[in-house]
Design a protein around this ligand. Sequence first.
Ligand code: HEC
Ligand code: HEC
Ligand code: HEC
Ligand code: HEC
Ligand code: HEC
Ligand code: HEC
Ligand code: HEC
Ligand code: HEC
Ligand code: HEC
Ligand code: HEC
Length: 320
Amino acid sequence: MVRPVAALLLFPALALLAQSQASPPPPTPATPATPAAPGFVGSNACRTCHADVWQNFYKNPHSKSLASGKEPPERTGCESCHGPGQGHIEARGGKATIPRAFSVMTPKQAMQACLTCHENNFDKANIQRSEHTQNDVPCTSCHSIHHPASTKTLLAKKESELCYGCHAGIRAQFEMPSRHRVNEGFMQCSDCHNPHGSFAATWGMGQRSHMVEQALDNETPCLKCHVDKRGPFVYEHPSVRVEGCQMCHNPHGSTNAKLLTRPVVFTLCLECHNAGGSGTRNLGVDLQTSQHNLLDPRYQKCTTCHVRLHGSNADQYFLR
Ligand code: HEC
Ligand code: HEC
Ligand code: HEC
Ligand code: HEC
Ligand code: HEC
Ligand code: HEC
Ligand code: HEC
Ligand code: HEC
Ligand code: HEC
Ligand code: HEC
């Protein structure tokens, strides 16, 4: 009755004993302060064969783990991403022997390897719902650990070039006569987008998030720079708050002045303020009064009178 139980307890112990006698003595770890973990050999062991990678590594923010010497082996240096290297070295190299060779990993595996440390940088839900994650674009399609264009954010290329690599159609929008000057280097895609995903927006409801980054308090990123449009105003123009800036402006660029979605301003206004007669309403939107004679060219220039169209603290009709 007792013997099988005793055997069960005994066997693992025996196996461990046998293993420790058979395997070679563990190599001296790079950081003596931390206890040796199975299979980890320390980053110095990689130097001889991967001199190119090794020599540039000191510039990489990930080398801090080596310098500090306080992290456990599975979070230190080369092996923090590639896994324990002992088997790889014994086999004198090879893609199949290193636990995490990114060139043979699936996008999900690659992402998981980075998220073990970086999941606190991002809202978990957002990184999962990001259009990039959902379309199998892992961290490593934008970030290059060993051959980055800049060691700061470890991007593989200059940001706009990186994005245009997959979003070629967007480049033309930033070449239009009225545009945000991304191509000229004054702005970046990431001033408005978070490529790691974003919360669903409360403005422009019903639209997809398009990974548009949010500034304070779930507001549109446009207000980070165009602070005079922020409000709150005593008299709000609801379309600015509810539909959002992109109701009237193309965010990237436009053939029309001031990034407008339409060439003539009044046609834009008439999208909403669009039925005849005075005092009546169309879908809750006030119509112009009959005094507005649209055949009179003067009246076609709505914004010459309605100058505080984005909101006013002085006049309900945005006249000042
Ligand atoms: C932060 C994670 C990370 C760390 C730390 C890291 N690597 Fe890498 N390594 C990668 C990724 C990801 C790739 C895939 C290619 C790329 O994105 O640059 C890679 C690719 C490689 C390659 C393939 C060749 C190449 O140049 O791309 C070698 C060899 C390599 N790493 C060795 C090392 C060595 C040696 C160290 C320590 C000095 C190290 N790695 C540290 C993530 C890491
Ligand atoms: C004895 C030489 C040698 C040593 C030491 C060595 N490697 Fe390698 N490593 C190789 C060879 C050879 C390859 C295969 C290259 C190939 O097939 O393109 C390789 C491939 C790799 C790859 C695969 C890259 C990819 O995705 O294709 C990684 C990652 C890697 N080594 C990391 C390490 C790390 C980390 C260490 C230190 C723990 C290390 N190597 C130590 C020789 C070595
Ligand atoms: C072992 C933990 C660990 C792993 C795994 C890891 N990182 Fe890091 N990463 C760090 C630390 C720590 C820093 C440095 C943060 C600092 O500078 O304070 C860093 C910095 C970065 C930075 C630069 C951040 C900045 O502010 O400039 C990028 C980009 C980055 N990592 C991407 C990646 C990618 C992509 C992967 C997967 C291939 C990865 N990391 C895997 C721990 C890790
Ligand atoms: C579509 C391209 C893209 C993908 C995919 C991507 N990143 Fe980034 N990442 C960027 C850009 C661009 C920046 C610079 C943003 C900035 O300057 O504000 C950045 C910045 C960072 C930073 C530093 C700033 C911060 O927000 O903390 C870290 C860390 C980082 N990325 C890690 C990751 C990890 C981990 C993954 C995968 C889960 C990943 N990235 C996927 C493009 C990308
Ligand atoms: C490796 C290719 C790749 C790179 C690099 C890349 N993207 Fe993407 N991106 C995609 C794919 C695939 C999708 C999902 C399909 C689509 O909507 O085009 C996507 C979707 C998007 C979307 C959402 C599109 C929508 O219709 O809602 C935005 C915004 C975006 N990317 C911005 C960026 C920015 C900004 C960068 C640079 C920091 C970048 N992307 C870099 C491949 C890439
Ligand atoms: C001034 C802010 C801003 C900048 C800078 C910006 N975007 Fe956008 N982008 C937006 C907004 C806002 C939307 C959503 C438009 C909508 O809802 O109709 C968007 C939508 C998108 C979309 C999805 C819709 C489409 O047209 O396909 C992609 C892809 C995209 N942007 C990529 C980029 C890339 C790549 C860059 C940098 C080269 C960039 N954006 C720079 C604000 C910006
Ligand atoms: C990072 C700062 C920044 C962000 C974010 C930003 N803008 Fe701009 N915007 C500018 C600058 C700077 C200009 C001046 C144009 C130039 O570069 O010559 C400008 C110009 C404009 C213009 C044209 C003004 C004119 O007189 O021709 C409009 C309209 C505009 N932005 C709307 C928006 C909208 C809508 C958003 C959000 C989707 C946005 N901006 C986000 C900085 C920003
Ligand atoms: C109802 C349509 C509409 C909405 C919504 C709207 N705009 Fe405008 N915006 C205009 C029109 C029309 C002009 C041109 C005014 C003129 O020509 O005098 C303009 C001009 C601008 C200008 C350049 C002139 C100036 O006043 O500084 C900026 C910047 C701007 N808008 C930013 C924004 C931002 C940011 C948002 C979102 C918070 C937004 N707009 C929402 C219609 C709109
Ligand atoms: C997306 C729809 C939309 C667009 C486009 C739009 N508006 Fe409005 N506007 C509204 C709504 C909704 C109200 C609030 C109506 C109400 O209070 O009954 C409003 C209110 C106004 C008011 C104040 C009316 C009042 O009784 O307080 C004026 C003036 C006005 N808009 C002018 C314009 C001008 C000029 C344009 C073109 C540059 C324009 N609007 C474009 C939706 C829009
Ligand atoms: C010559 C100056 C002027 C021009 C141009 C002008 N408006 Fe007005 N608008 C006014 C004044 C003044 C009011 C205040 C109410 C009134 O007296 O009718 C007003 C009121 C309005 C109202 C609110 C009506 C109500 O009963 O609440 C709307 C909506 C409006 N305008 C839209 C427009 C649109 C759209 C255009 C361009 C097609 C335009 N306006 C052009 C001067 C102008």
